[in-house]
Design a protein around this ligand. Sequence first.
Ligand code: HEM
Length: 400
Amino acid sequence: MITAEDFDVSAAWHVAAPYDFLRRLRHERPVFRSEHLGAHVLTRYEDVRAAYGDPRRFSSAGSLTISRSLADGTRRVLGEHGSFLSSFVANVDPPVHTRLRRSVSRAFTPRAVAALEQRFRDLNEEVLDRVASRGGGDLVAEIAHIPSIKLTARFIGVPEEDERFVQEHVKDWFQLFLSPQPPQRQLVLAESFLTYLDYVDRLVAARAAEPEDDFVSLMTALIGTELSHREVVELISTILLGGNDTVPNQLGNSVLRLLREGVWPVPPELVRNAVEECMRIDGASLGSFRHTTVDVELHGVTVPAGSLCLLSTDSAAHDETVFDEPERFVIDRGNADAHMTLGYGIHFCVGAALARLQLRTALEVLGRRLPGLRLDPDAPPPAYRTSIVGRGLTALPVRW
Ligand code: HEM
């Protein structure tokens, strides 16, 4: 019998199919402390939403990074950069958040986002031109990631010839700051991170001298008035974090779901809602972390001030008090978009419109170019990556 003590978002079974378990928790233990996670977990839709909407009691300050797990030697190497991401937009509260959010939002106007659609469509077509004749492959590695990574690089202003370099170093700093690593490995990652910072500094200097039509130029122009140099460097990194991985993960989860449900290609008039229902039922994010600033009483449990809390959007998206028959995939579900896979409240995903645009475009292009797409019958069941914040497949072998 699985109990609340077994709550471990990084365990394979928990990423793949936690929903019976989460339903029981919503009924029996809506708030509990998970030793695995070192955090309290909120599982009901209503509580998760209320916590997102109450940043004074559920603070974002320092909630995302686990840089506190850095060893002393690594801290020495990093020097002043040891607290990198301390002014990361998702990691701060108002009033700093209000100022940063206002700046970053300037880059995500509806016009700016719409202007990226054709480019993203072309990037998908190019990938498919290369692989279509093969008759099969790994949708995750060979198709899903490439267009999003290239679009993000273009949006930020990373020149094409530097894309690979940036991608390698970004992977390293994600690992260094967002997942615990042994001390020796931390040193290697720290050196890589410093190389990356030098690169971003040079990019900022280049755009300050000669602005272009990209995110780096837009943010660089705000240095000294709205933003500090360090905040600009961290914002650029934020967008890489938000933009590179989440959309491809969501796309992989969505294609797997659609193929299993036998809905392929998705009829064009249903694509918009299918994207929402896929985000609800197989979300690429599992939840958000917060720290309580005061003792919080919830369903008879006292969450002490200073506790780390996971707001489980994964559980909330399957809450039967909001979604009828939540385990059923209903492509035209009326309230599918009530999920909180993109967050809720003041930190609601600033890239949400761009994420939705990419998912819709990718499903349309894939459906048109690969109408016979199906799961590879000879492949083992799909496996998920280990992560405490996200759900993404390691591979998705398909044929077409
Ligand atoms: C399906 C894809 C995506 C998912 C599931 C996702 C999920 C989320 C979630 C749950 C949050 C809230 C974090 C919190 O409250 O602590 C968030 C915030 C954020 N996302 Fe996304 N995201 C996606 C795509 C993107 C893209 C494409 C970008 C940028 C290009 C992006 C940039 C950001 C940024 C900068 C924030 C911080 C906003 C703030 O703190 O005010 N995301 N995202």
